[in-house]
Design a protein around this ligand. Structure first.
Ligand SMILES: Nc1ncnc2c1ncn2[C@@H]1O[C@H](COP(=O)(O)OP(=O)(O)OP(=O)(O)O)[C@@H](O)[C@H]1O
Length: 504
């Protein structure tokens, strides 16, 4: 639906006066009939509008009128009293089911109707109306963006979405700028705008916060899909699917922001691939293994010192170069297989290998290896997942080489754009406002997608991590395979093909 005039006439050129035209003696009868017809039309229209607006009141009036004309006021009255009593008892004795089955659906219906009905007025108030002069009549009319497909995307989480088509002369950016005011005007605690076309966008109003609760670990997918790894929940109540294939992921947040939960959820999402040998995880935990040790069995290689970490990064870079040379001219896209698994290089607190390492030589080697993987690793299936507390440039100069950035709780608002890129804070990424009582909450920004998305990673407690590592450790066969055997192994394994079919 396109924008349309809402008939708010702000200026009207003078009309030829009809008052002076001479009327014949019969004209007053015609005028009276026209006036009476207009009155009847107005009354019918108003009655229909009122009935549409207040259906319950209208229904009650109709029933009372019916009961009165049929002389049945007493039985109808008794039925009404019993009904009211049932509702009152239900409300106080079983408030949960009352809310779920009656109060909430009624509220949702009212809210949706109110927004649809008041849309032109809302647009006027938040500055989205445009004054347009009609060329033929010379009238100035107020045009507002069109609203269609207004529906509850998630009834449980109270997420309302609608498609908005801006008026010619406006851009989706104008709509995005007014998002906060529009959200407040509609009584939502947050409102987001996602561009879907040159003049169209999906507007999402959030009346509840699905991220207020801890997200329990999601079911582990039975087939590896590295292009959509389930990691948690998005603020619109939909699963948060993170791309791992052909990207690099940077996770930034202050201490206690919940970076660990993103890492464990990510590992949970690819656990089947790890178990089946389609994915290898090489992990570096510069904090002497304190963070990642519980999942040790999931890792093909595990470095717990800066020296070993740097060596691991260099080995990954060599593997990447060799694989890229083999793929050259035959394939442009890496498909995970047991011969050539997707290699995830996981670095917890990457600054320990770069900025905080006093040994200059080690630091240079780490930076060189990281830069090589970040710039060339995507095509040959070597993916970098790095976690970091301090987003300042001097700590990790390679930030811009990560196409997927996850910003968790940050200390200062200036750090938001530092992590997610210019304009992210303006587009609604308020990482500095994430509460310290909501670890795991983050804003995700993927290159090529304008708007950051608010998410919460699922929470793996110690027991869940231990269980994950126990049940999805790589088989002894794939674990015993030397790291560089991928270069020499002569034949493909029989079940490779079937596994590849399920991979990204
Ligand atoms: N997704 C989550 N949901 C609920 N609670 C969480 C979540 N993630 C983390 N927590 C809680 O927050 C605490 C800190 O989390 P975590 O250790 O992952 O933070 P971090 O960002 O990795 O911190 P550091 O950088 O100091 O290692 C955890 O012990 C846990 O209690």
């Amino acid at each position: 639906m396109g924008g349309r005039p809402q008939g708010v006439v702000t200026h009207q050129p003078s009309q030829p006066s009809t008052a002076q035209t001479t009327t014949g003696s019969d004209d007053w009868i015609a005028e009276l009939i026209v006036s009476l017809l207009s009155l009847v039309w107005w009354m019918v229209k108003t009655a229909v509008q009122l009935a549409w607006r207040f259906p319950l009141v209208a229904a009650v009036l109709v029933v009372v009128w019916w009961a009165y004309t049929r002389d049945r006021l007493l039985p109808v009255g008794i039925v009404v009293v019993v009904l009211v009593l049932v509702l009152v008892v239900w409300r106080f004795a079983w408030p949960v089911s009352f809310n779920r089955l009656l109060a909430q659906p009624a509220w949702r219906r009212r809210k949706r109707r109110a927004i649809r009905r008041n849309w032109p007025g809302l647009c006027e108030r938040v500055g989205l109306a445009m004054a347009v002069t009609d060329r033929r009549s010379g009238r100035r009319e107020s045009w507002t963006p069109g609203l269609s497909r207004l529906r509850w995307a998630s009834r449980e989480h109270l997420v309302l979405t609608g498609r908005v088509h801006v008026v010619a002369g406006q851009t989706v950016d104008d709509l995005a700028t007014a998002a906060e005011t529009l959200g407040a005007a509609c009584g939502a605690w947050s409102c987001r705008v996602r561009k879907t076309g040159p003049r169209t966008a999906v507007v999402t109003w959030l009346y509840g916060d699905p991220l207020a609760q801890v997200v329990t670990p999601l079911p582990i997918p039975q087939v590896l899909d590295a292009s959509a790894v389930p990691v948690g929940l998005r603020e619109d109540g939909q699963p948060w699917l993170l791309r791992l294939a052909a990207t690099h992921v940077l996770i930034v947040g202050v201490t206690g922001a919940g970076k660990g939960s993103v890492v464990w959820s990510l590992l949970g999402g690819i656990a089947v691939g790890i178990r089946d040998g389609l994915v290898q995880v090489w992990a570096v935990d510069g904090k002497a293994g304190m963070e990642l040790q519980p999942g040790r069995d999931l890792f093909t290689r595990f470095a717990t010192t800066v020296e070993d970490g740097v060596q691991l990064l260099e080995d990954a870079a060599v593997l990447m170069t060799e694989r890229a040379a083999r793929m050259a001219g035959t394939s442009r896209r890496h498909e995970p297989s047991t011969r050539e698994p997707l290699l995830v290089v996981l670095v917890d607190e990457v600054a320990l290998l770069t900025a905080y390492t006093p040994d200059r030589k080690l630091r240079d080697r780490a930076e060189k290896a990281l830069a090589a993987i970040a710039t060339q690793g995507r095509a040959p299936g070597v993916v970098l997942v790095a976690a970091l507390q301090d987003p300042r440039k001097e700590v990790l100069g390679l930030r811009n080489l990560f196409p997927t950035k996850i910003a968790m709780r940050l200390d200062e608002k200036s750090q938001v754009d530092m992590v997610l890129g210019e304009g992210a804070r303006e587009s609604g990424a308020l990482c500095h406002q994430i509460s310290d009582t909501a670890p795991g909450v983050a804003y995700v920004k993927v290159d090529g997608v304008r708007e950051p998305v608010r998410v919460r990673a699922a929470y793996y407690d110690d027991q869940a991590i231990t269980d994950l590592a126990r049940t999805h450790a790589p088989s002894t066969r794939s674990r015993s395979r030397p790291v560089f055997s991928v270069v020499d192994e002569p034949q493909s394994e029989p079940d490779d093909h079937a596994r590849q079919a399920g991979a990204a």
